[in-house]
Write a protein that binds this ligand. Structure first.
Ligand SMILES: CSCCC(=O)C(=O)COP(=O)(O)O
Ligand SMILES: [Mg+2]
Length: 236
């Protein structure tokens, strides 16, 4: 499959990394650290704002303590609800984890060679993930394929773009990239995300990676591939 575009926008979980990299490695790392992080960073306005959002969205009282907040956050993680204040707090914890060498991102084997080839061919790379921008950048800074942060020009999350399954988020990103929608391709493992991107006029490619949650999914009108090796991208 060959597609000619200027921008390649990539999802992370299920597209660049195995789902277990997020749900097991990263979630297990964040889980016991949420409470201590909240207690240790009460002066950080980002943390204070996230905590206030957890109280509101989690139906807690305004004076709910850290234990109650952590219980809500753990519940969201168990249900894999990618709610913005949870992603913000996780991102801060992961940022520290990568900086201290506790965490390393493992990409699928086809990913780093493809990213480097597309970048070398003049394609511009960006990310759209539910993971916070801080978490995205940190996770690219220390991978089994080295530091790949320099390959990416822009990062989008549910805070600066919006929900991944809603068309307006993709219009916001296209504006941020200063690109016409038909000059952008979105790569994701989640059909509902691809539907939203296609509704905004983007090219779409589904990742049906064997053994992943969406490995056998019905990608409908979207072309589906099992590996980046099956995809040729050219600069428009
Ligand atoms: C270090 S970013 C981790 C990714 C993450 O937290 C996540 O929820 C992945 O969601 P995606 O939208 O990339 O499927
Ligand atoms: Mg995904």
């Amino acid at each position: 499959m060959t597609i000619a575009v200027d921008w390649v926008v990539l999802d992370i979980e299920g597209t660049l990394t195995a789902t277990s990299q997020v749900h097991v490695v990263l979630y297990d790392y964040a889980r016991p650290r949420l409470g201590p992080w909240i207690d240790g960073h009460g002066d950080d306005p980002v943390v204070a704002d996230a905590v206030a959002q957890v109280r509101e969205l989690g139906g807690l009282s305004a004076d709910a303590g850290t234990d109650e907040i952590v219980r809500v956050l753990h519940g969201w993680m168990s249900a894999d609800q990618k709610i913005a204040p949870l992603k913000t707090l996780q991102g801060l914890i992961w940022q520290r984890g990568y900086a201290e060498g506790d965490l390393t991102t493992e990409f699928f084997p086809d990913v780093a060679p493809a990213l480097r080839a597309w970048h070398a061919a003049g394609l511009r790379l960006a990310v759209f993930s539910s993971g916070s921008v801080a978490g995205q950048v940190a996770s690219f800074s220390r991978t089994t394929d080295g530091d790949v942060t320099g390959l990416f020009e822009q990062h989008f999350d549910t805070v600066n773009a919006g929900p991944k399954r809603e068309e307006p988020s993709y219009r916001t990103i296209a504006k941020g990239l200063d690109a016409e929608p038909d000059r952008i391709v979105f790569l994701s493992d989640v059909p509902a995300e691809l539907h939203a991107a296609a509704a905004a006029g983007w090219h779409t490619v589904g990742l049906a990676r064997p053994g992943e949650p969406f490995g056998d999914a019905d990608f409908g009108p979207h072309q589906a591939i099992a590996s980046f090796d099956e995809l040729t991208l050219e600069r428009a």
